[in-house]
Design a protein around this ligand. Structure first.
Ligand code: GLU
Length: 472
């Protein structure tokens, strides 16, 4: 049970698994798997700030992680050595840690009301100072505290930030960091209602769960010196922190306008988990070789030193590249199951033709909807020609399709093209492009010989007759 590398993903279950968070989860998981048997990946749900339990959000998040193939070793619903893994079930530990800090003089009760605090902040802003807590309650002596309690005032607990210190730490992504404690101000660790603040619970849980590496979003970088001070005061070891740059869209925060913002968006669109994982792994981590890598290969090549500091920009064309590779790698049955799961009606494909169908169209498919288009072009009674195909048909002499129709009973396309060439003299692109337009309705697509074999005999003739009506 002594794992030397314990990483964690600690999401707040506010809704969909955003791609930025998915990437954090992936890197945390890869860092643990990179360590082999010495590594453990922990999932901790940080649900203390939520007004209500978010069962549905937690279930969706867990499902998204499982879909990505990220099997965390410890997490909610598992009997791990550091259970429970839901922060809301660990409140007694946070309270005990807060009390320990209070008893040791590292924390003090703060009786300031919201109005007083706001007034202080306004004053600081007006005089150009940062709106830090002024330390009003830090110096209260025992009798002053007792008087406030007697007057019915309820206290929060603030951490007493030591003065004239510089907190230093080596961020796994951003390198050496130095922050003077004079910049911090005493911060709340326990609210008036007794609940812990995010910053406090997060640090205590990391220590309690023996986390060695905490990868998280860059938005938490400013919390780190405070958390390090808390852990030091508690006499607990701190994890190594690494703050990942945010994932942006084309114009600011990643949103649906960028094609997708969450794992769910990609899943619904028909992206394959291996494509998503390969893409996300490259987003902010350099040094992976080209090509589709398995989870194990991604883990083997993972290195903290390869995490970059530059903001990452989500790029659908890069994802599409990995999607193509992932689709190529599917075996026939999995390919068909993927289509069926995405709502493509594969029952129109005769069972005996299915392997041939997959072989013919796979290279032209990156999303299930595209395969759906090819099934329609193969099996629908009428073909809907693309505009380009239609205009090519309009410039093709009727004789070409008449000759093809005459040879339309041939089981192989070679025999058809030979007959057309003999009858009309057409050859090369002048022969194949109109035939492709006639048989597939488009100017580009699967191999035409394979297509001819797949087309049911009556559809071959129907397509050619339909083309004839548009010909010159
Ligand atoms: N619950 C925090 C979040 O979702 C996690 C911060 C951390 O990983 O330390 O942003």
């Amino acid at each position: 049970m002594n794992h030397t590398v314990r990483t964690r993903f600690a999401p707040s279950p506010t809704g969909l698994l955003h791609l930025g968070n998915a990437r954090t989860a992936l890197f945390a998981w890869l860092a643990a798997r990179h360590a082999g048997p010495d590594g453990r990946a922990v999932l901790r749900i940080e649900d203390t700030d939520l007004a209500r339990h978010q069962e549905a959000a937690i279930a969706a998040l867990t499902a998204d992680l499982a879909w990505l193939g990220l099997d965390f070793d410890e997490g909610p619903g598992r009997a791990g050595p550091y259970a429970p893994y839901r922060q809301s079930e660990r409140l007694d530990r946070h309270a005990a840690a807060a009390t320990a800090l209070l008893d040791a003089g590292h924390a003090y009760p703060c009786f300031c009301t919201d109005e007083e605090l706001e007034a202080h902040r306004a004053l600081a802003r007006a005089s150009g100072r940062p709106p830090r807590y002024a330390g009003t309650c830090r110096e209260l002596d025992a009798s002053a505290r007792a008087a406030r309690v007697a007057a019915g005032r309820v206290a929060s607990l603030r951490f007493a930030v030591p003065s004239r210190r510089v907190v230093t730490f080596a961020d796994a992504v951003h390198g050496e960091q130095r922050v003077a404690t004079s910049e911090l101000g005493d911060f709340v660790i326990q609210r008036r209602d007794g609940t812990p603040t995010f910053l406090f619970a997060n640090a205590v849980d990391d220590a309690d769960m023996a986390i060695t590496l905490a990868l998280r979003g860059e938005d938490h970088l400013a919390n780190t010196p405070r958390q390090l001070l808390v852990l030091e005061a508690l006499g607990r070891p701190a994890p190594r922190y690494g703050h990942l740059p945010l994932v942006h869209g084309a114009q600011g925060p990643l949103s649906k306008r960028d094609g997708a913002a969450s794992v769910g968006d990609l899943r619904t669109a028909g992206y394959l988990p291996l494509a998503v994982v390969n893409y996300l792994a490259r987003l902010g981590h350099s040094g992976y070789p080209d090509g589709l890598l398995s989870h194990a290969e991604l883990a083997a090549g993972f290195a903290l030193g390869h995490l970059g500091r530059a903001p990452a920009r989500f790029d659908l064309t890069q994802l599409a590249h990995f999607q193509k590779l992932a689709v190529q790698a599917l075996d026939s049955d999995t390919f068909l199951a993927w289509l069926a799961a995405s709502g493509v009606d594969i029952t129109v494909i005769p069972i005996a033709a299915r392997a041939g169908f997959v072989a013919a169209v796979r290279g032209n498919v990156s999303l299930p909807s595209e395969a759906g288009r090819w099934t329609t072009r193969l099996y629908a009674a009428e073909l809907a020609f693309s505009a380009e195909a239609l205009s090519l048909l309009g410039t093709t002499p009727r004789a070409l399709f008449e000759a093809a129709l005459a040879a339309g009973a041939e089981p192989e396309l070679d025999a058809v093209t030979a007959a057309v060439q003999a009858a009309t003299g057409a050859r090369g692109p002048a022969l194949f492009r109109p035939l492709r337009a006639a048989l597939t309705g488009e100017l580009a697509g699967p191999d035409l010989k394979a297509w001819w074999r797949l087309l049911p005999a009556d559809r071959r003739l129907a397509r050619l007759r339909q083309a004839l009506t548009h010909a010159l």
